[in-house]
Write a protein that binds this ligand. Structure first.
Ligand code: SF4
Ligand code: SF4
Length: 245
């Protein structure tokens, strides 16, 4: 990405960015990036641009957790409340709160970052595009972010801030090549190999119990076959070991 194409009227603060990246490093988060609002404002359609949500945002922070096994991806019922929780989303929320505290203590504002209450799915930002812009992976044929360590087996969230952070822009080349594994395994027609994800098709399938990978009164795991078969990433769900694709 040509960084000179998106000049900003503010100066980026390298010392502040270094303090944030040290926090990320100390906490051992392997999937984190700082995206530039410029390309996101330009590429996203109106209503889904950072400036539509928060006009004074200067950076979009992207957080992801790798899913080492399908259980981490699944949903667990919390006692008698009837509500299902995701281990991965709880971990994401913890990470976001750590950065919120950092930004607050440095004197900056933030917006977003909530996973529950529909916020994760209804947010204006398209996570995969923002994460690809800051070098966390590339957009695969199924329109998901494909990462070097976990392939597409991740969960993500975001946080916008007015902190003048230095962005971690990096372009990761696609490794999909001639692979069509996600398209072949998808029974809903949501993946046609055109780099577009037909979400309604998928939802019509995954919310039906017999199509779930596993379900009981207390645990449920969605279909997720497109994630399972993707050969990319070092950590797979087949045996939980780090393997080469
Ligand atoms: S979760 Fe299942 S139905 Fe949905 S896109 Fe992936 S393979 Fe298709
Ligand atoms: S399964 Fe194959 S085509 Fe689909 S995202 Fe993974 S590498 Fe790309």
């Amino acid at each position: 990405m040509d960084t000179t194409k998106y000049p900003h009227p503010w100066e980026q603060d390298q010392a502040l960015t270094d303090r944030l990246l040290k926090l990320v490093d100390d906490e051992d988060w392997d999937l984190f990036g700082i995206a530039d609002v410029g390309p996101l404002n330009e590429k996203a359609r109106p209503g889904r641009r950072p400036k539509d949500l928060w006009p004074t945002a200067k950076a979009v922070l992207m957080f992801a957790v790798g899913l080492a096994d399908p259980f981490t991806r699944g949903w667990v019922q919390n006692g008698k409340s009837g509500k299902f929780y995701s281990y991965a989303l709880l971990e994401l929320d913890r990470r976001v709160w750590t950065v919120k505290r950092f930004l607050r203590q440095e004197g900056y504002l933030y917006f977003g970052g909530e996973s529950y209450g529909g916020a994760l799915f209804d947010t204006g930002i398209r996570f995969a595009d923002a994460a690809a812009d800051c070098g966390m992976g590339y957009i695969g044929k199924s329109n998901v972010l494909v990462t070097e360590k976990y392939g597409p087996r991740i969960n993500m969230t975001y946080l916008m801030t007015d902190a003048p952070l230095v962005t971690t822009i990096k372009e990761v080349p696609s490794r999909c090549g001639r692979c069509t594994a996600c398209q072949q395994v998808c029974m809903s027609g949501a993946i046609l190999g055109d780099y577009y994800f037909h979400q309604r098709q998928c939802e019509a399938i995954i919310n039906v119990k017999p199509n779930m990978d596993y379900y009981s009164d207390f645990v449920k795991q969605d279909c997720d076959r497109c994630l399972r078969v993707c050969p990319q990433g070092k950590v797979h769900w087949t045996d939980g070991k780090e393997v080469k694709p």
